[in-house]
Structures are given as C-alpha cells and as structure tokens.
Design a protein around this ligand. Structure first.
Ligand code: FE
Length: 296
C-alpha cells in the first residue's frame, strides 16, 4: 500500500517592487515587470497603486492601446471607470474585477471615479498564447456581489476571482489559456490556509497586510528561517501541488495568483506583448494607422 503525499510549495524569491509612475502620472509600485522579476510566465506585470492623495492618481490612465495579452484590475478601495473605443464602459468597485482580454487590440481609458479618498488596488497583466493574441477583444467583468466570498468558522475569508478553493468555491472568471487562480485571502491570527495548485503552474503570493509564513512541510513543527513574508512583499513559489500559508497576526491578507506557463517567446514593447519583434512592429504600425479604431 502506498500513500501519495502532497508536495508543499516553498518560497524561491522575495521582492518588494519598484516605485514608478504610469499613465498620466499615477504613482504606483511595479512588483512584476522590473529588473528584479521581469516576468513569471504567464504573468507579465503586477502593479499596486495605493494612495489617499488625489494628486497621486487623479490623472488616471487616459486612452491607450493594448494588444496580445489580458489586463486584470482588482480594487481594494476606491472606484475606477473604464471606457473603450467599442462603446464598453463600466465602473470597477472593491471586490469586483475586470478581466479584459485585449486580444488583437483595444483602445481604452482607466480613470479614478473619485477626486479624494483612498484608491488602492492591483493591475495584473496575463499573457495570451500565440493562437489567441489576435483574438477578438472581450471582457469578463464582475461586480462585488458576483465574486464569491468564502467564509470559514475561524474568520478566514477568501474572495475568489478565478480558480476553485479546497472547499469548492468557484471564481467567476473563465480562462482556458492559463487556467489562473486569483484569490484574495484574509486570515485571523495563527490560521492556516491550504490550497491545491496544479504542480507545474507558476504561483506567487503578495502580502497586502500583516505577516504570513509559507509552511514548507506538512511535518514541520516550526517554520524554517526565511519563510516569513511581510506586508508589501511578493513571494515567488516553487513548484508543488499544495500551498500552506499561516498568518502570524490578525488581519493578515494576501493575494494568491497562479497560472499555467505558456513557455513561448515573449516580445514586448509598452502596451504590446507578442511573440516576435516583427509582430511588435506590426502592432505599432497598426496603432499608428488607426487599426485599433478611434479613441473613445
Ligand atoms: Fe489599460
């Protein structure tokens, strides 16, 4: 008789990201997409914006193009209005999500729907495989009431954007290219969160508040040195089919994001992410020739 034991994921890299600005001068922290971590296939970029000073965000992201990948906007505080050149428009609210497949090209704006108060959230860029880079643009957009919040008796709360929790809560986003997990997990002190993840998928956690550790082995009584992750830190995880995260303090909160790597060549220039430089030059030419349409 044999037993199949779970293989816990461990931390292979920790980083804090780089302060930068983008759009019309929105201050943000770039966490993936820097010299420290160029990408974590299929994730091309992760930005965190967080400010209660309107000067840091109010200029927003006026009309700009995208081609060849997906942008995922998830807010913790504040509201963002998006508008595209195909007539789509909506407001993203805390707990809701916009998962936009730019495909062959979209022109859109993303503007704070507020002139004061705290704006806090994330934008993640998820690559598309070659076969889907020139697909028709599409949106998967969900209001907060359409993203399930799983609550446990111990106070754990899991907002599920994509993927399925160990208790079977299913996120609304469907993605048959990278099969992502996107969960926002809040834990009381000393609570442990367990999540099955496909072994070969790349995964990371980003700690929003508090402090957590990643349990390296189901047998270990104490956390080995180096497994603690402080707030505003991203931890890249090793391969493995199980993730076990324990909170050190009440109110620890983190994003868990995972997905199937595409293992394709990546050519990127600003808002265009393709497989080859020739395709990048084509994207630039198409943009300048108005093939992305007229600005919204
Ligand atoms: Fe955009």
């Amino acid at each position: 008789m044999s037993t199949i034991s779970k293989q816990n994921r461990t931390i292979v890299q920790q980083l804090t990201g780089m302060p930068t600005s983008d759009g019309a001068g929105v201050k943000l922290t770039r966490i993936i997409g820097t010299a420290q971590l160029d990408m974590l296939d299929p994730f091309l970029m992760l930005d965190c914006f967080e400010s209660d000073d309107a000067d840091d965000y109010v200029a927003g992201f006026p009309t700009h193009p995208h081609r060849g990948f997906e942008t995922v906007t998830y807010l913790l505080n504040g509201r963002m209005r998006h508008k595209d050149n195909a007539g789509n428009e909506g407001v993203i609210e805390p707990g809701g999500v916009q998962w936009m497949t730019a495909g062959k090209g979209i022109l859109h704006s993303e503007m704070p729907e507020q002139a004061e108060g705290l704006l806090k959230g994330f934008q993640l860029w998820v690559n598309l495989p070659a076969k889907a880079k020139m697909s028709e643009p599409k949106y998967q957009e969900f209001l907060p009431e359409s993203t399930p919040l799983e609550r446990h008796d111990n106070g754990t709360e899991i907002r599920v954007i994509a993927g399925t929790t160990n208790q079977g809560t299913v996120g609304p986003v469907i993605n048959l290219h990278t099969y992502p997990i996107y969960m926002d997990v809040s834990l009381p002190a000393k609570a442990t969160f367990e999540q099955a993840i496909v072994s070969e998928h790349n995964a990371f956690i980003y700690v929003i508040d508090g402090e957590v550790s990643v349990q390296e082995s189901a047998d270990s009584n104490q956390s080995p040195v180096g497994t603690t992750i402080q707030a505003k830190n991203l931890a890249v995880l090793s391969k493995g089919d199980n993730l076990s995260v324990t909170s050190h303090v009440d109110g620890s909160r983190f994003l868990l994001i995972a997905g199937q790597p595409l293992n394709e060549p990546v050519a990127r220039m600003g808002p265009f992410v393709m497989n080859t430089q020739t395709e990048i030059r084509q994207a630039v030419a198409d943009f300048h020739n108005g093939k992305f349409g007229q600005p919204a």
